[in-house]
Design a protein around this ligand. Structure first.
Ligand SMILES: Cc1ncc(COP(=O)(O)O)c(C=O)c1O
Length: 387
């Protein structure tokens, strides 16, 4: 029998992350000491009170049916969290939908809002799942370059009129992955005006909302008129180290939330109820834990940035998120430099072009190892004499 794949599958090539991971495994197999700073998966545990809540409910045999949707308890907790953390009131009945990680919502929303050929405005470089969602919907991406000279914010004025007219969604992500930028209030206000004028739904990905070091990131929903034009995705993966639990949510425009809820009711059966209970508790008691988590990442950031500066790699210190977005030295591409770091220093980072054309010339370094390991990574780079 001959099995053929759909044409669509040509959009789902093996990501550079898997290639690097295989290369890394081969090196480890050959006995090399490798430090992996490439993946954005938290290495730290969730709060113990959240683990306890999860295990307590997991012991209850009645909790194993389909949950179907988000529970009222979870939606109330999201509403409480936004009120508490951002002074934003959310109607827990109409303005929230639970997702299986924010990724679930991010990749499916284009199918809810666009027809084939409609344009989706997307940051370049940007988180890889945006492109997956665009491909699933057979929509057309229009890449908004994030340039250093524009403070890594998309230049809305540079988007041609014919693109604006055909655009149905604008994807934004602040603090961003891979570029750890914060949005300004003025930028978000401009986005609201732009979106309203051209009937574009704004999807703000706020997955790194709790990982900031000085200035607190702005929720898109705090901007006047934002709820009329868009939704915000948030997640418990990075804020509470619950990445493996696959729980996130979208909040905002009730029409969009209702449509996404309807779509999801046709494709999944919800998140395990004990996970929803544990996530609800995390959202209700976030304060203390988030502060401690930020301090851990801040210490890591400072240790790594100062170490790299000392050996001559003048990386910028990120104001938020768990990533450094570092320029590669002259005469290297992102990829050639990433391989050089593995081969000669035993340190794995992600080449910037994996996140889009504009990522060329950069690598992303994730703060996913403890301070001592980061210091060791610096030492290994120093000994490689690349700098
Ligand atoms: C910018 C961004 N958005 C969304 C996600 C997806 O997170 P999750 O599906 O775990 O909520 C990630 C994960 O790395 C991310 O970096």
């Amino acid at each position: 029998m001959k099995i053929t794949l759909s044409d669509r599958m040509s959009n789902f090539e093996t990501l550079i992350f898997s290639e690097l991971s295989n290369y890394k495994k081969q090196k480890i197999h050959n006995g090399l000491d490798i430090i992996d700073l490439s993946i954005g998966s938290p290495d730290l545990p969730p709060p113990s009170f959240v683990i306890n809540e999860l295990s307590m409910h997991a012991q209850n045999p009645t909790q194993y049916g389909y949950s179907l949707t988000g529970t009222k308890e979870f939606y109330d907790a999201v509403s409480h969290y936004y009120e508490n953390s951002f002074s934003i009131s959310i109607d827990a009945e109409k303005e929230v939908v639970m997702t299986m990680g924010s990724q679930d919502g991010l990749v499916h929303l284009p199918m809810v809002l666009t027809n084939p050929g409609d344009i989706i405005l997307v940051p370049d470089p940007g988180y890889t799942a945006y492109q997956a969602g665009i491909s699933l919907a057979s929509a057309t991406p229009y890449f908004m370059p994030l340039k250093k000279e524009k403070q890594f914010l998309p230049d809305l004025d540079a988007i041609p009129e014919e693109v604006r007219i055909k655009a149905k969604i604008m994807i934004l992500n602040f603090p961003g992955n891979p570029v750890p930028t914060l949005a300004t209030k003025e930028f978000f206000e401009k986005v609201v005006t732009f979106a309203r004028k051209y009937n574009i739904v704004v999807l703000h990905d706020f997955a790194y909302s709790e990982l900031y070091y000085d200035e607190k990131p702005i929720s898109f929903l705090s901007i006047d008129g934002a709820r009329e034009v868009g939704i915000e995705f948030n997640s418990l993966s990075k804020s509470f180290n619950l990445a493996g639990c696959r729980i996130g949510y979208a909040i905002g425009n009730s029409f969009v939330i209702e449509a996404l809820t309807r779509f999801k009711s046709n494709i999944d059966y919800g998140v395990f109820t004990p996970i929803q209970k544990a996530a609800s508790l995390a959202l209700k008691q976030s304060g203390h834990f988030s502060g401690e988590l930020r301090q851990v990442y801040k210490n890591r950031r400072d240790r790594l940035v100062s170490g790299l500066h000392e050996i001559g790699w003048k990386v910028e210190s990120p104001p938020a998120s768990m990533f450094l977005w570092a320029k590669v030295p002259d005469h290297y591409t992102s990829l050639s430099f990433a391989y050089k770091l593995i081969d000669e220093a035993g340190v794995v980072v992600t080449p910037g072009h994996a996140f889009g054309q504009e990522g060329e010339g950069y690598v992303r370094i994730a703060l996913v190892q403890d301070e001592e390991t980061l210091a060791r990574a610096v030492q290994k780079i120093k000994e490689s004499n690349i700098f």
